[in-house]
Design a protein around this ligand. Structure first.
Ligand code: AHG
Ligand code: MN
Ligand code: MN
Ligand code: MN
Length: 346
């Protein structure tokens, strides 16, 4: 009889999380929290996939009375739907002391002890909202912090922890395939949703970002508003192989951070949303707590780097829940070059 060879079937998200728990890197509460978030992302993926057939497109609110979020943005229906899915999924999860969302003015504590745990969940329920109605990939970004000891009803101030305090970060990208990318501090791993059995299956263990790149992602329409270091850094890349960088560069800009970061985790690149005249007075465009910090954790765990241009992203001490920051992240040597331009041109 043929010798039985160990099946090399890919493992499920559930098995990966149990492995991490057996290795002592996460506890059962965090494992179950991640499973709840993954299940909520499956529900969001289903809604996103329906598109025009699901009544999920277009703006929230009523014509002439758009619903504006705390960011000052007109909410899309899917912003609200995704937020509600995550809120409902976690209301009875039993692992959280509180939640915070791009779409909610303030964080919300879990009201009663029966349903409370020790983690704080922060999320961007639908990232890339401007792409929903044009059928381009969007995503969900999440970050997990510990609730400070002795705090049973956390307020916004209890979420203001630097990115190094994250115990978990991840995103789900709703693209041609739905993929969950996750770190619990032991590498960055990718799971693809198998829709037939409804589970996330590990398709890449240990994503690695190449240290150098020839591909940059930036919204070039803001060029005239950039600070001097960014003007010089981008101009030199555009100068190509005959310029100071000695190589030609390609450019990509999806305008869904999740899609741009996923490309960089998959094949390298550098992503930037620098200060510009439109967002300078707000400190930047992207939000620290539920966009920049979770992405920085994932990128560093994949051998990349993430910076404000002047400081390691994960070491920024937050001062406000919806605080914004300039973002440079991706291939570590290119991020170092961007930082060097800031040193030389500041
Ligand atoms: P969100 O849809 O959650 O508000 O985030 C949108 C962000 C980010 O996903 C993307 O990188 C950036 O906005 C795009 O900004 P521009 O539209 O100015 O290019
Ligand atoms: Mn938004
Ligand atoms: Mn976003
Ligand atoms: Mn969003």
């Amino acid at each position: 009889a043929p010798e039985r060879r160990a099946m090399t079937k890919p493992i499920s998200l559930t098995r990966y999380l149990i492995e991490e728990q057996h290795a002592g890197r996460i506890n059962a509460d965090l494992r179950l929290l991640i499973e709840v978030v993954a299940r909520a992302c499956k529900t969001i993926s289903h809604a996103v996939g329906k598109g025009a057939l699901g009544g999920v497109l277009g703006d929230a609110g009523t014509p002439g009375a758009a619903s504006i979020n705390v960011q000052g943005e007109a909410q899309k229906k899917l912003d609200v739907i995704a937020n509600d899915v995550l809120m409902e999924a976690n209301a009875w999860g039993g692992h959280l002391a509180g939640l915070a969302s791009e779409e909610m003015d303030h964080s919300q504590p879990i009201p009663d002890a029966a349903r409370r745990g020790n983690y704080l969940l922060l999320f961007d329920p639908l990232d890339g909202s401007s792409n929903i109605d044009v059928n381009v990939s969007v995503g969900t970004i999440f970050s997990v912090l510990r609730c400070p000891d002795g705090v049973t009803s956390p307020g916004d101030e209890h979420y203001l922890q630097p990115g190094t305090a994250q115990v978990c970060a991840g995103y789900t990208v709703y693209g041609p395939s739905t993929m969950l990318v996750l770190t619990v501090g032991n590498g960055t791993h990718a799971f693809t949703l198998d829709r037939e059995i409804g589970s996330f299956v590990m398709t890449t263990r240990g994503m690695r970002i190449p240290e150098d790149t020839k591909e940059f992602a930036i919204n070039a329409s803001n060029q005239r508003h950039w600070e001097a270091p960014v003007q010089a850094w981008v101009a030199d890349m555009l100068a190509g192989k005959d310029g100071p960088r000695g190589k030609d560069f390609n450019m990509r800009w999806v305008a869904s951070m999740v899609a741009d970061v996923h490309r960089i985790l998959t094949r390298g690149g550098v992503f930037s949303y620098p200060l510009d005249a439109k967002c300078r007075d707000k400190g930047g465009k992207l939000r620290l707590m539920y966009e920049a910090n979770p992405m920085a954790f994932l990128v560093e765990q994949a051998g990349g780097a993430a910076s404000t241009g002047r400081q390691r992203m994960l070491e920024v001490q937050p001062t406000a829940l919806h605080q914004r920051v300039p973002v440079f992240l991706g291939s570590r040597n290119e991020v170092a070059t961007a930082i060097d331009y800031h040193r030389r041109h500041d």
